[in-house]
Design a protein around this ligand. Sequence first.
Ligand SMILES: *Cc1c(COP(=O)(O)O)cnc(C)c1O
Length: 425
Amino acid sequence: MSEQNWKLETKAVQAGWTPKNGEPRVLPIYQSTTFKYDDAQHVADLFDLKTDGFFYTRLANPTVDAFEKKIAALEGGVSAVAVCSGQAANAMAVMNVCPAGGHVLASSALYGGTVTLFTTTLKRMGVEVSMVPYNASADEIVAAARPNTRALFAETLTNPSVNVLNFEQYAIAAKRLGVPFIVDNTFPTPILCRPFEFGADIVTHSTTKFFDGHAQAVGGVIVEKGGFDWKNGKFPEFTEPDLSYHGLIFTEAFPQNPFSVKLRVQWVRDLGIPQMPFNAYLTNLGMETLHLRMERHSQNALALARHLEKHPKIAWVNYPFLESSPDYGLAKKYLSGGSGVLCFGAAGGREASMKVIDSLKLAAIVVHVADVRTSVLHPASMTHRQLTDEQLKAAGVLPELIRVSAGIENIDDIIADFEQALAQI
Ligand SMILES: *Cc1c(COP(=O)(O)O)cnc(C)c1O
């Protein structure tokens, strides 16, 4: 059976690295900035993108390459480019299709860092971003577009409000506008949702989260589905000669994956934002158990959400697979599990919520989600601190919202910890 037909679990364990006779069974760390060649012409051809190979780790490295291939296989894309963080992944996914003077449409329910990137930093670079609700209809989205709109961006499961994207409506809108639909799939991972099956053209990840899963390596990745019509007249950077490569035309030279090649040879090369081999090695190691962990994270989060929902000191709980969730229908349609993140508000408001997290013992307050240890965070004073009250509301971040990342410990211990903390208020 070919690698392409493997099931997700098999890909998580084995895709990307296929050792030849006598080579290491386990993906090695190629901790080398450079690679040796026998003749100068070969290296010249590498520089001209005429042949495949490695010459400098800022552009490509064998460990990182195997890691990229595993993620592309899991998402069902043609290729992937790893970068140094999830922030870099989202910035590059957008900038690769939208130069200064362009416009991007994005869901308003986003990770705090992405909101800041879109509303402040991209703006300074000449890219305007406007926001639409995460559950907007295709008509509403299309109505917010401009003649210079170049991309539509959203998160599958929003951080931290865990709302589920209405893929169908976004996909219809992107098709009508002739722009790529970019989806940040960090929270579900391809184990629980594969956005390409629901109309996405580009998928991004903060691999820092569940892919690594052990809170050890910051990283990001951008995956290309392949088949997007870059020749529809809106993307001259893909279809006209590029001066940085002697007039190369990306859609002509790389018809399978022009987005990925352009992203790597322009943005990763020129801004210098590659993923490092050691991080790719650690994250790949984490990914070998991704399918097992996602199942347990989802079970524990749902059990904790159900428990908290019944608790008299809790005002509300949101988790996509709670029947009470506004997105329960969307969750069943698009996700095979709810992932590890839930959020709640204590009945006593912001102060009570803060007291609860201060009283937790097994669950730690950390600026992170999605690792094996249960953790909590108060977004309004931490990850989303830079947002205005208006932006907080649009991102679904209430002042009392506590984000919980359910780990893979025994659920009885996790629940007991929240019980003792709630007893303090
Ligand atoms: C964490 C996160 C990011 C940013 O990733 P970093 O690896 O921290 O740079 C982007 N999107 C989502 C949904 C995230 O959770």
